[in-house]
Design a protein around this ligand. Structure first.
Ligand code: G3H
Ligand code: 13P
Ligand code: ZN
Length: 332
């Protein structure tokens, strides 16, 4: 489904009803909370994210990865996102929503997203040598800023799968680099590596064991060097044990996994961390609920009967995140 109409006229995010991340981050910094950045690939996830954030009055960043864009088709995705904004308006007073490219890996991809109504893009050149990371990030900023689109860069590499880069070990961000990077590139926010990790298999743990604590010392050193600058945490799913249990109970096999403890995310959200990325927890909720329906009703074959309950459970989970983890509920 990756073919895309390239003849379309560029569309600005404002026409689609989105906002960039600038004001969101300023408010989050002042208020001691973080904006949720939830990934979506399909209609049910998109509905759930916007319904949950509208109900909990939380600003939100709708995140689309390169893989999600290929899966859903770039043109359809743009209209889906626009349709979701219209749906939210009908639900009452809309909350601020940014449409963000997650882990953009080239200038061309970022450019295409900007021309297709994204209000924010990430250029992830963190696996390249420092000078290349600076040059590519700066190039994206130079295209984005005249269009009022905000840009996230990254320094350091997370463990786990980071788009097409897979790393067994974290390469923590070196606080010495951050000032230079921010100054030379002009980015609006910076993703750093302090021990979070992508995916559902972040850390191998034995039953009852917890994940190793995040490196708050690195975060503090970064904050000292670039005070008041918005920091982003990727790989921040908690791999919620209740859903892992449900998956395993209903025929799945996901053992020895652990995510980032919620209290550590809450602590991070109170600092300069203004954006927290969560994808895997949503995937786990959907999988757990679909497995449950399939197991309890083996004759069920109407997708609405298993995607519907999955969507309801997603709404519940996102609302809990906004209220108890990010602190973003009731902020708009
Ligand atoms: O950080 C990566 C996100 O979870 C997106 O994953 O590339 O499989 O869509 P994806
Ligand atoms: P998780 O895999 O922990 O949900 O991280 C998602 C993410 O960082 C998206 O960019
Ligand atoms: Zn990520």
């Amino acid at each position: 489904m990756s073919e895309t109409a390239t003849t379309q006229k560029p569309v600005s995010f404002k026409e689609l009803g989105f906002v960039n991340t600038r004001e969101m981050f300023q408010a989050a910094m002042k208020g001691g909370y973080a904006i949720p950045a939830y990934n979506f690939n399909n209609m049910e996830q998109l509905q759930a994210i916007l319904t949950a954030c509208s109900r909990s009055r939380s600003p939100v960043i709708l995140q689309v990865s390169k893989g999600a864009r290929d899966y859903a088709n770039a043109t359809l995705l743009r209209w889906m996102a626009r349709g979701a904004m219209e749906m939210m308006k009908e639900m009452g007073k809309p909350v601020p929503v940014a449409l963000h490219l997650d882990h953009g890996d080239s200038f061309e991809l970022c450019q295409s997203c900007i021309d297709n109504g994204f209000s924010s893009v990430m250029i992830d050149a963190s696996s390249k040598p420092y000078a290349e990371n600076v040059a590519l990030t700066k190039k994206v900023v130079e295209y984005a800023h005249p269009r009022n689109v905000t840009v996230e860069g990254e320094l350091g590499i997370l463990a786990g799968i980071e788009e097409h880069v897979s790393s067994e070990k974290s390469h923590y961000t070196d606080p010495k680099d951050v000032e230079d990077f921010v100054k030379k590139t002009g980015v609006d926010s910076l993703a750093i590596s302090i021990g979070t990790s992508h995916g559902a298999f972040k850390f191998k743990v034995k039953p009852g064991e917890k994940a190793p604590p995040l490196r708050f010392d690195i975060l503090e050193a970064v904050e000292q060097r670039i005070p008041g600058f918005p920091i982003v945490l990727h790989g921040a799913s908690s791999v919620l044990p209740g859903y892992i249990e449900m998956i395993n109970k209903f025929g799945g096999k996901m053992e020895g996994t652990a995510g980032i403890p919620e209290e550590q995310l809450r602590r991070a959200a109170k600092s300069a961390v203004c954006k927290i990325n969560i994808d895997s927890d949503g995937r786990l909720v959907m999988t757990a609920m679909i497995r449950k329906v399939f197991s309890e009703k083996p004759d069920e074959f109407d997708p609405r009967k298993y995607l519907g309950p999955a969507r309801e459970e997603l709404i519940k989970m996102y609302m809990e995140k906004n209220e108890k983890v990010l602190g973003s509920a009731g902020r708009c």
